[in-house]
Design a binder for this molecule. Sequence first.
Ligand code: XIL
Length: 415
Amino acid sequence: MADDKDPSSIEEQWLSLRTSRRQFLRAAAGTVAAASLGVWSGILGTGENSAGLRVASADEQTLRDVALWRHALPRGVLYGAAAIKAHLENDAPFAKRFAEECYILVPESSLKWSTLRPSRDVFNFRDGDWLSDFAEQHGMLFRGHTLVWHGAVPGWLAKTINPGNAAELLLEHIERVVRHYAGRVHSWDVVNEAIEPRDGQPNSLRKSLWLDNYGPNYIADAFRAVSMADRRAMLVYNDYGLEYNTRADGARRAAVLNLLTRLKAEGVPVHALGMQAHLRSEWTKEFDPGLLRSFLREVADLGLKIMVTELDVSDQALPTDEKERDIGVADAYKRYLDVVLAEPSVISVTTWGLSDRYTWLTRAYPRSDKTRQRPLPLDADLRPKAAWRALAEAFKKAPNRSRIIKNRNPWIFPY
Ligand code: XIL
């Protein structure tokens, strides 16, 4: 184990949260541990016929009939997506598809400071609670995103914070928020995007209100505080720009590795690296499988798990034709997932949204032809696209890591 958490008691606590879906899964997972993956293949109908030959048409059919999370889980991988409350609350067909496809729900904005803390004295848990309840009702795990970030800073915080009160402000926030959700959160993105080599700071830390006012120890202190407030959650350092063979990504990979190495050496309770994985369809030359693979290995060698936390593929540079765009996007999914899922320490894949109906990229990276981006597994009409298929196929052929069940690792199979 990576730290002093007692796996059996953690598992007990998660068990008390289980829903009927989790009960089903637990029974099925037990079957895997006891027998073999063939049993699962039978359950899912995704295996081979009695002669050991693939049955193409049945296979094709079952690929589509099986939800993404069901493709992922037998391999020991958790699949889910980010969403905001308004979309799940007001768009019933979307909510239905979300619950069908996902095993994890990540609040896209509800747990960020700007939403959660309209003023210093007010903690607005309404949206986060609604999402946590939605996850629970549908047997999904719930991720916490995010406690410490340079973004989504409310105006009052920017005005109030100074070196004399920064620690109190941050630790009070962590204490209140993490305790509020304790026992309901599978994993917390404790610190988000703390590295920016271009800022020229020691250890490539990003210049931010936390670094300026708290000092570089804010990172280790935040992890320690979250661990004290929730002994059960998996604690994640989350960052972007780790995927490509570019000078900027290379510098960020080195700095992230250096940060994680130092945290581990100091005994800080960090359990996983979150790789955001906001991919770009046009960056094909910059994608270097060997380089990414060895980075993942180096992270895993520190004793850390890896979570793909915000996967999507911008089609900004692709032509207007939808078919062409969907092929380009799916290709980026496939090439990326083939590499990351080959690393057994990768335990989850969450996309940053499920359907093109709701994607931050349409605003953040608008297309010049003004059409909406198509970066996600389902199109705007909730129909699976080539990207959905790329995910399903990548999960299906991923090496199995569900043997971890035998080790009762509750962070991976916490039901
Ligand atoms: C984005 C949300 O998707 C947007 O809706 C919001 O306006 C800005 O934040 N990295 C992160 C996420 O860690 O929190 C960001 O989410 C996307 C980039």
